[in-house]
Ligand binder design. Sequence first.
Ligand SMILES: *[C@@H]1O[C@H](CO)[C@@H](O)[C@H](O)[C@H]1NC(C)=O
Ligand SMILES: *[C@@H]1O[C@H](CO)[C@@H](O)[C@H](O)[C@H]1NC(C)=O
Ligand SMILES: *[C@@H]1O[C@H](CO)[C@@H](O)[C@H](O)[C@H]1NC(C)=O
Ligand SMILES: *[C@@H]1O[C@H](CO)[C@@H](O)[C@H](O)[C@H]1NC(C)=O
Ligand SMILES: *[C@@H]1O[C@H](CO)[C@@H](O)[C@H](O)[C@H]1NC(C)=O
Length: 748
Amino acid sequence: MLFFSAASVLLVLALISHVGAEKCPEKCSCDGRKLTVSCIGKNLTEIPETIDEITLKLDLRNNNLEVLPKGAFTLTPYLTHLTLQRCNIFRVKEGAFRKLGRLVSLNLAYNKIDVLYQESFDGLSALKELQLDHNRLVYIPNMAFQGLQNIKWLRLSRNSLNNLAPEAFTGLFTLNRLSLDHNELQFFPTQTMSRLPEVTRLDMSHNPMTYLGEESVSMLKLTHLYLDHMSIQDLSDQALFGAPLLSHLDLSHNQLRYLEPLKGPKELSSLNLTGNPLYCNCFMRPLREWARVRNVKLLGACVGPPHLSEEPLQSVAPLDLRCRSRGEVLKEEFEKDDESTPPTEKPKPKGKCPENCDCDIEAQHATCEGRGHTKVPRGFPAKTQLLDFRSNHFHYLPANSFPGTSQVVSLHLDFCKIHEIEGGAFRGMKSLFYLYLSDNDIMSLDPGAFSGAPKLNYLHLEGNRLLQFPGSALALLPSLFVLHLERNAISKLDTAGLLSSKTPKLKELYLTNNTITSIAKGALDSSFLGTLHLDSNQLTEMPTQALSRTPNLEELNLSRNSIRYVGPNAFQPISQSLRRLYMDHMGMAKMSLDALAGLGPELKALTVRGNQLQELPDLSPLTGLEVVDLQENRLLCDCALLSLRRWMENVTFEIIATCGQPPEIKGQKVQDVPVFKSCPENLSPPNKKVVTAPRPPKVKKPKASVSKASEVKARPAKPKAKLPKPTKKKPQMKPLAPKVAKNKNTVT
Ligand SMILES: *[C@@H]1O[C@H](CO)[C@@H](O)[C@H](O)[C@H]1NC(C)=O
Ligand SMILES: *[C@@H]1O[C@H](CO)[C@@H](O)[C@H](O)[C@H]1NC(C)=O
Ligand SMILES: *[C@@H]1O[C@H](CO)[C@@H](O)[C@H](O)[C@H]1NC(C)=O
Ligand SMILES: *[C@@H]1O[C@H](CO)[C@@H](O)[C@H](O)[C@H]1NC(C)=O
Ligand SMILES: *[C@@H]1O[C@H](CO)[C@@H](O)[C@H](O)[C@H]1NC(C)=O
């Protein structure tokens, strides 16, 4: 009896002491509400022993642990997240993670692990993500990841893997993403990969493979395959036969000269061949034709033959992919020459070139760069494709300035002091694709300036003195794709420049560093426009109206304007398409809590660096973000910022945000300050109704508003994953972790 009551007293004491100050190891910081312990960069050589048993997240990065012994974490069986990156670990003993049946995420990146044992990860039955990148693994043995019954993403990038045992990934029935990039694999590990029935994304880029043979890839659910930056010279048309669902194949930056249509994938939508030395002759025709019929987007450009060099593969018509005999080539050369030389002269296929210029007949380039010409030289070889006149002194381009240049694809006229272009100056340039007129003195453009060059796709007019958007001149360029107008003096965009009617195919528009103060509704209407740079202008309001009919806008740069306030629904019209949004250095003092309404997982990048923001809208719907920059603001670190702080805990990449106020914690990282510990439970984002008037705010300290019960997202905090019960006997004295969590702030 006596013994029993002594035990009860002990139990009560234990509970009391637990409710009071949690035990927190020396050198570590602990958050008793979130049940997190972090001991970052403390040169620890052992895992601290006094970590509270109910801890959920343990961050030990940047220490000096070297060896993880068997059962290293048996005292903390409720861990869901364990971070051990940069800990100088070279050995993980068998059974090191035993008892961690609730662990969801394990980060072992940036260590020195060179060997895995068969039971290294034994017991991690709930694990979803394992990071083993930046280690020294050379070989993965059979059954190395046995027991990872819930694994979704295995990251083995940046090791030195040159060999994977055939059963290395056996048993990973739930794995859907595997990263093996930046290793030393010389062959596609066909057999090993065929053991992965659920993998949809496989990243093999940056491995030294040279060849992919028939049926190399046999992965029935694979949709995304990255084979870029390797040394592939040959790829069998049957290589992907066993990947019927493949939709994205990245073969960029390999050594492919040509490629045959791929057998197997029925739903391929994108094939990236950027950075391959593609030779666009008749051997490429079947691929081009196949891509057209199947609607496969081809990325990449031809390196030859010369007349197609730099031409995007996607824009070459199948019939232009020809193999010509030597005789035909010569005949054509004579005919072309005849066009531009008087019939009395003997045709000279080689050797003609204007004075004070260099013509490379083989390469079909000609240059007169920086030779002090004051008139455009004439009489280039008829097959010239690139004409370089940079840095001369033309001042004025009269009509018909470029006779006999019907094959020229690329014309360089930058730094030529041009201030006027007469209508028809480029007449006859029916192949012109790239035109560089940057850094001249052009103040306005004649409406006929570009007549006769209908194929022009890329037009560079940056660094001129244009006062207006040259809408009418552009109307003659139906194929215009990319337009550079940076560093001009355009002060407004009005409906006269209307994109939709003048340049219906325009995809990228660069207006950086003009003096734009207003954009008329309708001026930017275009169902094609994807990239719009309006940064370094003088806008004072969000151009929301002007963007109401740009349904495919993906990238918007508004940095360095003076937009102090971003009102509700500012991006609603483009919320479906927007991927990247930049709003740095705008003097922004406030964003409505609904400013980003409508944006969701599609948004990949968001920057608001260098503003005056004290608080931010709820970013939690933006689950797809990969780049976020919140630095150099005046974030007020009190409970109003709690939802941001929670969200930061939740994302998988590092976000830097520093407190601007109150003064005593100015400059500290939002993640590190303790103020949030004392925030009331279940605090929701501040009441939305408070901010409705779209008025620039007086900068004053926002109050933390404790929400009414109805507004709380009525969901008790719970761990991310449905976790299995701990396998071994339940601890008797302490409640299970999730129950504790319910009464605290948040878990994930
Ligand atoms: C870390 O500890 C090791 C010995 O355990 C010592 O040699 C080293 O100087 C320490 N480094 C720092 C930065 O304290
Ligand atoms: C194609 O590859 C290039 C070079 O690797 C890359 O920059 C580009 O983003 C890729 N495009 C797509 C659509 O995957
Ligand atoms: C804008 O143009 C001016 C003059 O050309 C230049 O000095 C300045 O650096 C440019 N700013 C940006 C952001 O490009
Ligand atoms: C956006 O604009 C800013 C300011 O001109 C510039 O510094 C930045 O590089 C731009 N970002 C992108 C991705 O274009
Ligand atoms: C954290 O992530 C989970 C799952 O991705 C999500 O359901 C939850 O709302 C997020 N919490 C916060 C505070 O963003």
